[in-house]
Design a protein around this ligand. Structure first.
Ligand SMILES: *Cc1c(COP(=O)(O)O)cnc(C)c1O
Length: 403
């Protein structure tokens, strides 16, 4: 038997940048009995979530929901719009951009990976001017898509997607714009239509506060047009049949009914609080977190303040200190999970998630666990980050919003 109730007294602090803690309200909604996905009640649920999720993506066009993790939605975006051998331009913002590039290769695409060199590149946002310059060179338009990550979860950097759109337009290039905001959606400002994105990819287990298991493609009319001639094989991921059946609130195959109950509840919470209020809450908590890291005298992974992530903060440990050892102490002593360093940053940083169902006291407890753990790991801290963050949060009169 798998032991699932291994947690000691109190609640576990799941402060990784996804999956994020699932609010009780959503867990309760998910515990309703599973219904007939071809029955009369289902259509009401289907139509509600399909409409609500469009508001979160800020699109008037279809959003496809898959019973899959975010990786599946990546694959769906590529195989619905592209053909074998197509060149795609990708930007190396971090580990997730790198994984997406690997997927493009394994699907038979030709990714060209540009970015700033070395570890320093993983401390910056993507550079639209580099994308523009590369597209200008591509006078025969052999590049079919530009693929970028909005919120790079491995580093804590949120890039400017509107600027990428501008860069593509400035180069007069017809490439599609595909954007991964798996960890950005419902935490960081995002505007699918206004920013001219062709396919936006997202997932359930980050800002949407759901368990892992469903993921999304928001698709523009241009992306749908491209899908008519796209040659990569697809069946499960094919948009056309799903979009057609979604018009009546149904899916061609069995959707994740109980996760859709959860999505319905999450939409009530997020749209009830108001997207702008949700973003302001995330920005404020992220700022408090960075104030703490700065007070400790530690480096924030993101080196450019204009692209700090509202979702998570990457904290670099001093030279010679294994960040995973710090994480281990905090996990074993305080029952808190922090994100590990991924790819090039393995052992050199840990990630504090402050997304989704998070408030002032959630963050303060998280920072307290970090501060105690850092000290236990023998790291000399300049000052108390907890006190600094508390002073910042406590000095602001921010009303609690109930949805
Ligand atoms: C979490 C994440 C993924 C991977 O999603 P899965 O649900 O684990 O498949 C991809 N990209 C980004 C930016 C992510 O944060």
């Amino acid at each position: 038997m798998v032991k699932l109730d291994f947690h000691p007294a109190g609640r576990h602090f799941l402060q990784i940048p996804g999956p994020s803690p699932v609010p009780d309200r959503i867990l309760r909604a998910m515990s309703y009995p599973t219904i007939d996905h071809r029955g009369p009640e289902f259509a009401e649920l289907g139509l509600k979530v399909l409409d609500g999720i469009k508001q979160v993506f800020k699109t008037k066009h279809p959003v496809v929901i898959y019973p899959a993790s975010g990786t599946g939605a990546w694959e769906a975006a590529l195989c619905n719009t592209l053909s074998a051998g197509d060149s795609v331009l990708m930007f190396e913002t971090g580990h997730f951009a790198t994984l997406w590039k690997k997927m493009a290769e394994s699907l038979g695409l030709k990714p060209e990976f540009i970015g700033l060199p070395g570890v320093e590149g993983w401390r910056q946002g993507l550079k639209p001017e580099m994308i523009e310059a590369r597209l200008r060179e591509d006078s025969h338009h052999s590049i079919k898509a530009v693929c970028v990550v909005h919120n790079e979860t491995s580093t804590g950097v949120t890039s400017d997607i509107a600027a990428v759109r501008k860069a593509i337009d400035a180069a007069g290039h017809p490439a599609l714009l595909l954007v991964d905001t798996i960890s950005g959606l419902a935490s960081a400002d995002y505007r699918h239509d206004e920013w001219g994105v062709d396919v936006t990819i997202s997932g359930s287990q980050k800002g949407l506060m759901l368990p892992p298991g469903i993921s999304f493609n928001a698709v523009s009319p241009k992306a749908i047009e491209a899908s008519k001639n796209a040659g990569l094989p697809r069946s499960f991921w094919a948009w056309d049949e799903i979009i057609e059946m979604n018009k009546t609130g149904y899916w061609p195959y069995t959707p994740s009914t109980n996760l859709l109950y959860g999505l319905s509840e999450a939409l009530d919470m997020i749209l009830g609080e108001g997207l702008d209020n949700v973003f302001a809450r995330h920005n404020r908590l992220a700022e408090a977190c960075r104030i703490a890291v700065n007070a400790w005298g530690l480096q924030i992974q993101c080196a450019d303040p204009s692209v700090y992530s509202p979702v998570l903060t990457g904290v670099m440990t001093p030279d010679g200190v294994d960040a995973d050892q710090v994480r281990k102490i905090i996990y074993e002593r305080f029952d808190m999970s922090l994100g590990t360093g991924l790819g090039k940053m393995k052992g050199r940083m840990f990630r504090i998630g402050h997304l989704g169902d998070c408030n002032d006291l959630t963050l303060m407890a998280t920072l307290t666990g970090c501060e105690m753990g850092l000290k236990m790991a023998g790291i000399k801290l300049k000052a108390s980050g907890v006190v600094a963050a508390m002073d910042f949060l406590g000095s602001q009169d921010v009303p609690l919003r109930r949805s």
